[in-house]
Design a protein around this ligand. Structure first.
Ligand code: HEM
Length: 393
């Protein structure tokens, strides 16, 4: 239990730290990776180069510190991050390293203003917050290990098939190299794939949504090939160009909370843009095979026909369902955008809607769905890439 004095110091200095957030985190990461380069096997180096992840971790520590009297309030946010950590193989022993370099960075940036009392208070608070993460993550690892065919950290998989879905999206069917089955997962969950790229010093990790309903013997991911110049595209380009049937790839167990609620029978709509279609395919296939009478609509935005993946698969399922609607818009064509009118026509505002796609697309869709009277409880969404800010805290 933290002392009253510690809690007061932490709460009163959190805004100051947040104000210097970017500088502190830049110093923190650069010193930490210099002392512990092995951590670059876990962190996304492209995010580091672009500064995308840099503020998320430290901002969350400050946000959590504000709630230090009532950490229960941040548990939902912790759970979401913990899924990501567990998918990446973050371990309890990493926390003291992060803590040490975060505190050193606070000291370095704030200079004399960071008195010993302040630093000690933050060290204690970090310890409490880290313990919350560690205990939730340990629980998740344990659950993954005890699940039938489950495992924790990474396991070797073989690429069983590689199937082109559109000009830039290719599916990889992955089977455990040991010949076992895979654990069951919830529609919408993702896995991390880890690979070594020749000539690169560190391993690369990327999360990909599982793009088909849970089945016993394989996973499927569907990867968009990013451009050659995009530092975040290295893995996707390598997968497309260099990974083929029979090759081995490391995979972590399914994780994530952006999942279909299969207990509901209310109308459900899936709204996706571009490669955001991948978790929708898993959810849609789950509805189509488990509750085919459920009213469902599938609304998709692609740039044009050549970049439109899974069209035939969706059509095939729609043909077998009584209450399914399907529409695709191509933004290269006139009036090719999903408008409020189209949403009104396709989405039953009394039900649930799942949204996934590029950030501007999602922002637009969410605001239009709200305008149609849907509440935040009905609108489920997932941003791909690091959560820039932790709005829920
Ligand atoms: C991602 C918070 C400790 C490794 C994140 C994210 C947050 C966060 C908010 C973004 C989540 C998202 O993208 O959805 C924290 C907090 C920590 C902590 C508050 C301490 C209390 C650690 C530790 C490690 C770690 C100890 C391992 C050394 C990562 C990695 C990512 C991540 C690799 C993914 C983003 C990337 O690769 O750039 N963390 N984290 N975190 N965290 Fe942590």
């Amino acid at each position: 239990m933290l002392s009253e004095q510690t809690r007061t110091i932490v709460k009163s200095t959190a805004p100051v730290l947040a104000e210097h957030g970017k500088t502190i985190t830049t110093v923190f990461y650069s010193n930490m990776f210099e002392a512990h380069p092995e951590l670059l096997n876990i962190f996304n180096q492209a995010n580091q180069k672009q500064g995308r992840q840099q503020t998320a971790l430290a901002n969350t520590v400050y946000a959590a510190a504000v709630h230090i009297d009532n950490l229960e309030a941040i548990l939902p946010a912790v759970e979401q991050i913990a899924h990501k950590h567990v998918s990446l193989g973050v371990k309890a022993e990493h926390y003291p390293i992060v803590g040490e370099y975060l505190l050193k960075a606070i000291k370095e940036v704030l200079g004399d203003a960071a008195t010993d009392d302040i630093i000690n208070a933050w060290a204690e608070a970090y310890g409490v917050i880290a313990d919350v993460f560690i205990s939730i993550e340990n629980g998740m690892y344990e659950k993954a290990e005890t699940q039938e065919n489950g495992w924790s950290f990474f396991k070797d998989f073989t690429i069983a098939r590689k199937v082109k879905e559109s000009e830039n999206i290719t599916s990889f069917y992955l089977k455990p190299a040991d010949g076992k089955n895979v654990p069951s997962y919830e529609a919408g969950q993702y896995i991390t794939v880890r690979l070594a790229i020749p000539g690169e010093e560190f391993l690369f990790n990327r999360q990909y949504s599982l793009s088909q309903a849970s089945r016993p013997d394989e996973f499927r991911i569907s990867v968009k090939r990013e451009s050659d110049n995009d530092p975040n595209g290295m893995v996707s380009v390598y997968l497309h160009e260099n990974m083929n049937e029979g090759d081995t790839i490391e995979v972590s167990a399914p994780a994530g909370e952006f999942v279909l609620d299969t207990k509901r029978e209310t109308p459900v709509a899936f709204v996706s843009g571009g490669v955001g279609i991948t978790p929708m395919m898993s959810m849609f296939e789950t509805v189509a095979t488990q509750t085919p009478e459920r009213p469902v609509s599938f609304l998709h935005a692609a740039r044009n026909e050549t970049l439109h993946a899974f069209d035939k698969d969706v059509q095939k399922y729609v043909a077998t369902m009584d209450n399914a609607k399907y529409k695709t818009l191509y933004s290269d064509e006139p009036q090719g955008y999903i408008t409020r009118e189209i949403l009104e026509d396709m989405v039953d505002a009394s039900g649930e809607v799942y949204v996934c796609g590029p950030v501007p697309f999602m922002e637009k869709m969410i605001s239009e769905l709200r305008a149609l009277g849907m509440s935040d409880e009905q609108i489920h969404y997932e941003f791909f890439g690091p959560a820039v800010a932790l709005q829920s805290v």
